[in-house]
Design a protein around this ligand. Structure first.
Ligand SMILES: CC(C)(COP(=O)(O)OP(=O)(O)OC[C@H]1O[C@@H](n2cnc3c(N)ncnc32)[C@H](O)[C@@H]1OP(=O)(O)O)[C@@H](O)C(=O)NCCC(=O)NCCS
Length: 343
């Protein structure tokens, strides 16, 4: 059995990861000095509390073999990994990185590697990274010696470059909306089902649609880092719908929303997009509780919400003078009102 798996880092892994980063040969390879226990603990406490960092423990046949992390530095997404010496030379770093790339959609993605670290450069090359044009800069190994660094880059594949996905599923890509999507949005928000279940947004022209995209999704990406995304099929074509996360003034929690054009309903696309959005909301955005609102007669939407793990909580009014109530659904989790009541 040679099983390589990734899972979230838990506190119990930290003593093992601490020992692994103490190895002098590994420190020389990575041109990175060992951290003492206090610095190590402070470092991991910080990254475990930082929702913008993706960090996974690498398991080899169930044992903690190392860790792999991705974080932003000066606006650039970077990846880094460390394998315990006992586990070197068995393809573990290569398999861990290639799986990790599925969890981290940011492209281009970079790695800074000491020029002499041929093993790590090989791992990156096997996963599609190439030396970037960005200039290598010297770094310090901790003993005063300067070490030359190579910046390795995983570029966007040409077919995906246009789409710049936020995340993807087996059949779908979810990407940010731009004002170029005005025609599609105009069609979607005037679809009879949208008008009946979501409401008339007063978007009647392409200019209105561009304005709607700017003031809605685009402003949300800038303010909150998430928003409603265009849903596209990997085989191509224009968007088939939208799905994503919205923070509304009248709700305390972030809610999930979705809508597909009529010809793409009933094919499991909404379920696929919404399920992935829930994982994204939890794992990338770091939300504990996710809610959804739906009109009382929208049974298709209610069924879908239940399939992705939300439960009906109560009826709410979206504003005090609104004539109609809507159904509020919420994810069942640690911080949900339901569970708190059980304590
Ligand atoms: C570098 C490191 C991640 C490699 O991990 P690993 O699990 O042994 O790597 P893999 O088994 O996946 O090896 C991938 C390739 O690199 C080669 N390789 C690995 N270590 C090597 C070394 N020291 N010298 C030459 N080649 C090496 C392997 O032969 C293999 O190539 P192949 O498939 O063409 O035969 C690991 O040694 C490590 O964690 N080192 C300390 C921390 C570090 O350097 N992190 C990276 C910072 S950028």
């Amino acid at each position: 059995m040679n099983d390589v798996r990734l899972r979230d880092v838990i506190e119990a892994d930290l003593p093992i990861l601490f020992e692994q980063q103490l190895d002098p040969e590994a420190n020389r390879m990575a041109a990175f000095p060992a951290r003492d226990r206090e610095t190590f603990t402070a470092h991991w406490t910080k990254i475990l509390g930082d929702a913008t960092v993706t960090r996974k423990t690498i398991l080899f046949n169930g044992q903690v073999a190392g860790n792999i992390v991705s974080f932003e530095q000066s606006g650039k997404p970077l990846v880094g990994y460390w394998i315990g010496k006992n586990y070197w030379g068995r393809g573990i770093a290569t398999r861990a990185l290639s799986e990790f790339l599925g969890h981290v959609p940011a492209r281009p993605l970079y790695a800074h590697v000491a020029k002499h670290n041929v093993g790590s450069i090989r791992v990156l090359e096997k996963c599609g990274f190439k030396p970037s044009d960005q200039n290598a800069k010297p770094s310090h190994a901790g003993d005063g010696d300067e070490v030359e660094e190579v910046v390795m880059e995983l570029a966007l594949e040409p077919t995906r470059r246009k789409l710049n996905p936020v995340f993807e599923t087996d059949r779908l890509i979810l990407r940010r909306l731009s004002t170029d999507d005005a025609e599609f949005i105009l069609e979607l928000v005037n679809d009879p089902a949208w008008l009946r279940f979501i409401g008339d947004r007063g978007v009647k022209t392409l200019d209105d649609a561009r304005d709607y995209i700017r003031k809605g999704p685009i402003e949300s990406y800038a303010r909150r880092g998430f928003g409603l995304y265009a849903v596209e099929r990997k085989e191509g074509g224009s968007p088939i719908g939208i799905c994503g996360l919205v923070k509304r003034d009248f709700l305390e929690d972030v809610d999930i929303g979705f809508a597909l054009l009529p010809e793409f309903r009933g094919k499991g696309y909404a379920h696929e997009a919404a399920r992935a959005t829930m994982s994204y909301a939890r794992e990338v955005v770091g939300l504990d509780r996710i809610v959804a609102i739906t009109s009382p007669d929208n049974d298709a939407s209610a069924r879908l919400l239940e399939k992705i793990g939300l439960r009906f909580e109560r009826m709410i009014r979206i504003s005090p003078d609104s004539p109609e109530e809507v159904r509020l659904y919420a994810s069942a989790d640690r911080s949900s009102g339901n569970l708190r009541a059980l304590d």
